[in-house]
Design a protein around this ligand. Structure first.
Ligand SMILES: C[S@@+](CC[C@H](N)C(=O)[O-])C[C@H]1O[C@@H](n2cnc3c(N)ncnc32)[C@H](O)[C@@H]1O
Length: 265
């Protein structure tokens, strides 16, 4: 297995660039899923590929005992800086294709297309088998993926710039500028169904100059049939696929599928 190496340059600025994501609404939907698919609220919940632990913190605040697993030490350092340790979240620096927990959990969540980072069917299966292994009987796995529509029509071979909130730097000749810019170039290969993201992160230093760091990331596009097959092979019952934090079936132009599965044991 190629060791996981991702999220260095992006880690420090990740939350600034994703500030608009509503983890509170997302956690509401996760709790709706718990109410619908579990006999009672789970005590232990694993946030797989937890990143900077925004979801783990949100769920910890709602009373769940949280474990966060991530393969990037830089993302976990950000999680620590956000107060994950103080909130009682157990952070584990592990690869999601080969992680180990101390015991089982009632639910596993995996947010913001983290499963798309698994680039082969074998890697996806290794991860799903472990999720199944560490779930209580009938425990639920809730995750989301970027859809084929998003890879083909939105990512494609497009380039864009992300920036954090603009601030006015004052004075008559002042201008609005962001402290972070991220240049984003996509290259999607329809054969391998792998999208390469070439990122250039520019972050403002104290002296007003911008420091540049580059990073390459890859995501793999999975069809719904592939996901369902892999879930079944790993021992899951498929519970449904939805969009927009509701139990609505996804439209053909949905960019993200929210999926639920139950561990049969
Ligand atoms: C898009 S971020 C999402 C982070 C977090 N779930 C969130 O909602 O902000 C993807 C995360 O997956 C992690 N990741 C990707 N591949 C991984 C692997 N093989 N093992 C563990 N973590 C991995 C990255 O380090 C990163 O933190």
């Amino acid at each position: 297995m190629t060791p996981y190496q991702g999220y260095h340059a992006l880690a420090r600025v990740y939350d600034k660039l994703n500030a608009e994501l509503d983890y509170s609404a997302w956690a509401d939907f996760i709790e709706d899923c718990f109410a619908r698919f579990l006999p009672e609220k789970p005590q232990y919940v694993l946030d797989l590929a937890c990143g900077t632990a925004r979801m783990a913190l949100e769920l910890a605040a709602r009373g769940y005992d949280m474990i966060g697993v991530d393969g990037s030490a830089d993302m976990l350092a950000e999680a620590y800086a956000r107060g994950a340790f103080g909130a009682g979240i157990l952070l584990l620096h592990q690869d999601m294709r080969a992680f180990e927990l101390y015991g089982t959990v009632g639910a596993v969540v995996c947010c913001l297309d983290s499963l798309n980072y698994l680039l082969t069917r074998e890697d996806l299966l290794s991860c799903l088998r472990l999720v199944h292994n560490y779930l209580d009987p009938d425990g639920v796995f809730l995750f989301d993926v970027n859809t084929p529509f998003k890879f083909e029509q939105i990512y494609g071979n497009n380039a864009y710039v992300l920036e954090d909130e603009l601030t006015f730097d004052g004075g008559e000749e002042g201008e609005e500028r962001a402290a972070v810019y991220c240049g984003w170039q996509n290259a999607y290969d329809p054969e391998s169904r792998i999208c390469e993201f070439s990122l250039s992160v520019f972050e403002e230093d104290a002296d007003g100059r911008y420091r540049r760091e580059d990073e390459i990331q890859h995501e793999r596009c999975y069809s719904l049939d592939e996901l369902r097959e892999c879930l079944a092979e790993a021992g899951f019952d498929f519970l449904g696929v939805w969009q927009d934090f509701s139990f609505t079936p996804p439209s053909p132009t949905a960019e993200r599928w929210y999926i639920g599965a139950r561990a049969k044991k």
